[in-house]
Unconditional design. Structure first.
Length: 74
């Protein structure tokens, strides 16, 4: 399952990244490594971007970025 499919309030963990190059580096830099716990805080009024809690930080990601993150549900 991809991270962009999560609904607000959902909890999940990272299983892997489908990103390459600069995008992959950015996602790794914000802490999206295998096993990281993610919770969905809220969606913007138009649905994009989405606010996630990742390692205690609030991070907003666009759907196209979240679609590159493979997750597992808790």
């Amino acid at each position: 399952m991809k991270m962009d499919r999560l609904k607000p309030g959902a909890l999940a963990f990272v299983r892997g990244l489908d990103a390459t190059g600069v995008q992959r580096r950015r996602l790794l830099d914000i802490g999206l490594v295998k096993g990281t716990r993610i919770s969905v805080i809220r969606r913007s009024p138009l649905g994009d971007p989405v606010l996630y809690e990742i390692r205690g930080a609030m991070i907003a990601l666009r759907s196209e970025e979240a679609a590159l993150i493979e997750i597992g549900l808790e």
